[in-house]
Design a protein around this ligand. Structure first.
Ligand SMILES: *Cc1c(COP(=O)(O)O)cnc(C)c1O
Length: 387
C-alpha cells in the first residue's frame, strides 16, 4: 500500500451504509455505535443529506472566499439562531483548524484588549484539541509532546483540575480552553459548579472561555452545545465532527468579532458543498430535538448501558458521559481492547477512549431497532469475554 503507516486499522472495508448499519465488501452487516468517531450524526445515507449534496454539487461546489457564499452565511446565522445569541463564525475543514483559529483569536484578543502580548492558554489534563503543532501542544497529555516534533509553539500549560487552572492564571494568561465532556481523554463530563466558577473568574478578569465542542457539540450530548447543560455562554466555541454529517468542516464561533481583514483565512473553508451539508444536518438535528425523539433515544441508550453495568459487575465499573456521548469504564485488569475486538467480531462498531473506557457515539437519529440489535451484539461480545 502507498499510505503512511499512521492508523491501527481493523481489517474491514465498508462499501455502503443505511442509518446506523454499515455493510462491508463481503456483504456483512455491522451496527455502527461510533458514527465514524462522532461524525455521521444523521447516520449513513441520510436521504435529505444526499439530495442536498447532490443538488449543491450540480450547481456549484466551490468558488473561494473571494466571493459571497450564501450557504456559508445561512449556516453562520443558523448557528447563532440555534445558540440564541449573536455570534460570528469562521468556517474551516477540521477540528484542529477550528481550534487553531480559536488560539489565534485569543492571542489577538490579548493584544487588542490588554495592549500587551498576553498569549497563554490554559488547558486541562487529558484534554484533546488536535494534532497540528499548536493544538498538539495544547493537549493536556505529555504523550502528545514527544521530543521528535519539538520545538512546539509556546504559550500552553495544562493542569489537573479547574481549581488548579484558576490558581495558575497569570499575567500572561489570555484564556482557558476546555472540553466540557472530554472525548479522547476518557468520556469525562466536567463538574458543573466548577465550570461555572471558572466562567465567572474569567469574566471578572476579562479573559476568554473557549469551549472545544468539536466532539461534544452539535447535539451529541442532547443540547446543541454542551455549554447549554452547563449554563454558560463561552466567548469562543469550536465545532467540527458532527457538523456536516461526514463532509469535512470545522467552525470557530465567537461572540465578538475582533479579527481584521487578513488575520485568518482558508482556501476550502466554508465552501458550498460543506456548508450546504452543514445547513442540512443542523436543520435536521434541530427537528430531531424539537420532536423530542433525540431525548427519547438518549434515555433508551443510557438505560441500556446502565443495565450492562449492573449485569456485568466483573467487567464494568461505571457508565460515564452525557447524552449520546457515553463511556463504559472497565475494572482494573479487564482488557478493554479485547472487548473492542470481540464487538467487531460480533459485527458491532464501538470506540475506545483513554486507557479503560469503551466509548459510544451512535448516530443521533439511531432507531430503536438498531439500538436493540446493537445491544444484542454487545451482550454476545461480553459473554464471549467472560468465558
Ligand atoms: C477530534 C477532536 C479534535 C480534532 O479534530 P480533527 O478534525 O481531527 O482535527 C479536536 N478537539 C476535540 C475535542 C476532538 O474530539
Amino acid at each position: 500500500m502507498n499510505l503512511m503507516n499512521l492508523f491501527n486499522r481493523a481489517n474491514i472495508s465498508f462499501v455502503c451504509g443505511k442509518g446506523a448499519k454499515l455493510y462491508d465488501d463481503k456483504y456483512n452487516q455491522y451496527i455502527d455505535f461510533g458514527s465514524g468517531i462522532g461524525v455521521c450524526s444523521l447516520g449513513h445515507s441520510h436521504k435529505k443529506l444526499i439530495s442536498t449534496i447532490q443538488n449543491q454539487a450540480k450547481n456549484i461546489i466551490h468558488s473561494s472566499n473571494l466571493y459571497h457564499i450564501k450557504t456559508q452565511e445561512k449556516l453562520a446565522k443558523l448557528i447563532s439562531d440555534t445558540l440564541g445569541y449573536k455570534t460570528y463564525a469562521f468556517f474551516c475543514n477540521s477540528g484542529c483548524e477550528a481550534n487553531e483559529c480559536a488560539i489565534k483569536y485569543a492571542r489577538k484578543y490579548g493584544y487588542v484588549k490588554f495592549k500587551k502580548h498576553k498569549f497563554e492558554i490554559l488547558t486541562l489534563s487529558n484534554s484533546f484539541h488536535g494534532r497540528t503543532l499548536a493544538t498538539l501542544k495544547a493537549n493536556g497529555q505529555d504523550k502528545f509532546h514527544p521530543d521528535c516534533f519539538s520545538p512546539y509553539p509556546e504559550g500552553f500549560k495544562f493542569f489537573d483540575s479547574i481549581d488548579e487552572i484558576i490558581k495558575n492564571i497569570s499575567e500572561n494568561t489570555v484564556g482557558v480552553m476546555i472540553e466540557l465532556v472530554q472525548g479522547e481523554g476518557g468520556i469525562k463530563a466536567l463538574d458543573k459548579s466548577e465550570v461555572q466558577r471558572l466562567a465567572k473568574v474569567l469574566k471578572e478578569k476579562n479573559l476568554l472561555l473557549i469551549t472545544d465542542e468539536v466532539q461534544c457539540g452539535m447535539y451529541r450530548t442532547g443540547e446543541f452545545v454542551t455549554s447549554k447543560h452547563y449554563g454558560i455562554k463561552p466567548d469562543v466555541i469550536t465545532f467540527a465532527k458532527g457538523l456536516a454529517g461526514g463532509v469535512p468542516i470545522g467552525a470557530c464561533v465567537v461572540r465578538e468579532d475582533i479579527f481584521e481583514l487578513g488575520d485568518h483565512g482558508s482556501t476550502f473553508g466554508g465552501n458550498f458543498l460543506a456548508t450546504s451539508a452543514g445547513l442540512c444536518v443542523l436543520k435536521e438535528l434541530n427537528k430531531l430535538k424539537k420532536s423530542s425523539k433525540l431525548d427519547h433515544t438518549i434515555s433508551e441508550f443510557n438505560d441500556g448501558l446502565s443495565i450492562f453495568v449492573s449485569k456485568y459487575p466483573k467487567i464494568f465499573k461505571e457508565k460515564t458521559g452525557l447524552g449520546l456521548m457515553l463511556g463504559l469504564k472497565v475494572n482494573d485488569g479487564v482488557d478493554f481492547s479485547k472487548i473492542y475486538d470481540l464487538c467487531i467480531k460480533n459485527k458491532l462498531l464501538i470506540l475506545k477512549s483513554g486507557k479503560d473506557i469503551l466509548r459510544f457515539l451512535p448516530p443521533l437519529n439511531i432507531s430503536k431497532k438498531e439500538i436493540k440489535e446493537g445491544f444484542k451484539r454487545f451482550k454476545k461480545a461480553l459473554d464471549e469475554y467472560e468465558i
